[in-house]
Each structure stands twice: as C-alpha cells, then as structure tokens.
Design a protein around this ligand. Structure first.
Ligand code: DC
Length: 251
C-alpha cells in the first residue's frame, strides 16, 4: 500500500496545496467519461511519485451510501450527510485506489451502473458539490497530487500548476466504456446503449449550474481518440518537465 489518507486526520492540507508556492505539483485532469482519465492519471501519478485522487470516486461513494440510507432524493439530509462522509481512500501498490466507507471496502460496488446513475443525479445538487469539493481538497496530499474529474481545474484546484483537459470521439469513448464494463462485470450492454448512457451523463455534466464540465482556463487539451494512455502520459510529462535546453556542440 503506497499511501493512506483520511478526511478527518488531514483537514487543512488543501491550504498548503492551493496557496503555497512550495508545492508545485498539483495536476488536474478533467474531461467527460470514457476518455481514459483514470488510466492516464494513475500512470502519471506513478511516474511523478505523487498521490492519485479520483474525485468521481467520492461522488460514487456518496451515492452508494445515500442509496443504502434512502437519502438519494432528500437533498437537505443528503448534503448534511455529505459533509460528514466517513470516506477513506488508500493508494494501492498497483496505482489503483481502495475506497473505504466507514472502514468497509466498496471499491468494486461503486463502479456498478446503478451507482453511475445515482452519482450523476446527486452531483447536480450545489450543496452536495460544495461538501464534496471540500472533502476532495482535504484528501489531497501536500506533497503533490494528480487529481481527475470534471471540475478539478476549474473549481477544486483553480491554482493547479498544470491543467489538462482530455476529450475523444464519442464512438471511441463508448467502445472503451463498453470494454471496461465487460471486463469488470461481464456486462453485455450494447454499444448503442453504452453510448446513449454516456451522452446522457455528458449533458448533465455540461449543463449543471455549479461545477459544470468545462475546459478550465489555461488547460492543455489532448484528444485521446487515437493515442495510447502511455503516449498521453509522455506528452503530459513533456509539459510538466520541459526538456533541458540543448547544449551547444563542442568546438
Ligand atoms: O468519473 P466518474 O464516472 O467516476 O464520475 C462519477 C459521477 O460523478 C459522474 O456522474 C460525474 C460526477 N463527477 C462530478 O460531478 N464532478 C467530478 N469532479 C467528478 C465526477
């Protein structure tokens, strides 16, 4: 296990990251579903030796807990619950995140389609977003972070040192999501259904009043349609660590 972070033990860390010039590596990666954000963010965090933070997992964990507690449509109670969410994220040796709710491992459960739907619903509520943004900042590690989501460069870490925005052809995004669902759950959803679900959530993400999916100001856009995750990471690393200047040839 590479790192462990809990909400309650490190509540003030984001101040270091968002305000101190001494912690330069805050890298945000935003974009719609199916563009490869998670794969790229994990690889990049590993290459840079900093933590990986998946903000989507925080909405998913809240949605999971809200469904169990029948809070999904009770916005005032849901927002109050979000402010106390007993969430822990553990960075694993393989680069993935273990998601613990009240000590219970829900990493797999939160990826199910019904949770995707519930997370899309609750992420529309401004008070819920406010609580989740505060939680996400408190989870970030002061030594540096690669954070991915929809509003990480625009709202969560507007002063990030490097911002990226990934996008891809909708048909390719649907193929990737279909493959992922098949691998994880043996799901046999048709490509058309997967594409419709992605499109529906895209519209929700782009049209919400608070924290909509946008290309953050100053973010570098990368089209991932025809490049591998490793190529995307290489191109990001070139931006993060510019190549040293060429030495003039010896006389
Ligand atoms: O990236 P994902 O599919 O795991 O995200 C799950 C849901 O959470 C998705 O509907 C969008 C929402 N989300 C959000 O509103 N803001 C973020 N920064 C990350 C995710």
């Amino acid at each position: 296990m590479a790192s462990k972070t809990t909400r309650s033990s490190r509540p003030q860390r984001h101040h270091l990251i968002t305000q101190s010039p001494h912690y330069p590596l805050v890298i945000t990666i935003d974009g719609p579903g199916g563009v490869g954000k998670s794969t790229v963010a994990k690889l990049l965090a590993k290459r840079l030796g900093v933590m990986y933070l998946d903000t989507g997992a925080t909405y998913r964990a809240l949605a999971f807990a809200a469904l169990e507690r029948h809070l999904i449509s009770d916005v005032p109670r849901l927002s109050a619950f979000a402010r106390q969410l007993p969430l822990q994220l553990h960075g694993m040796a393989d680069g993935s995140l273990q998601v613990l709710l009240d000590g219970r491992d829900v990493s797999r459960e939160i990826r199910a389609e019904r949770i995707s739907e519930a997370a899309a619903q609750i992420s529309q509520y401004p008070k819920v977003r406010e609580a989740m943004v505060s939680l996400q900042r408190s989870l970030a590690n002061a030594h540096g972070v690669v954070v991915e989501g929809r509003d990480t460069g625009s709202v969560v870490f507007p002063k990030a040192t490097h911002k990226f925005f990934l996008d891809a052809d909708p048909a390719i995004r649907a193929q990737r999501r279909q493959r992922e669902l098949m691998k994880r759950y043996g799901s046999r959803s048709s490509l058309r259904l997967v594409q419709e679900q992605l499109q529906f959530r895209d519209e929700l993400d782009r049209s919400r009043r608070v924290g909509p999916l946008v290309k953050p100001k100053g973010a570098i856009a990368i089209d991932t349609s025809r490049v591998s995750a490793a190529q995307v990471v290489r191109s990001m690393l070139r931006r993060i660590r510019p190549a040293p200047p060429l030495r003039p040839p010896r006389p």
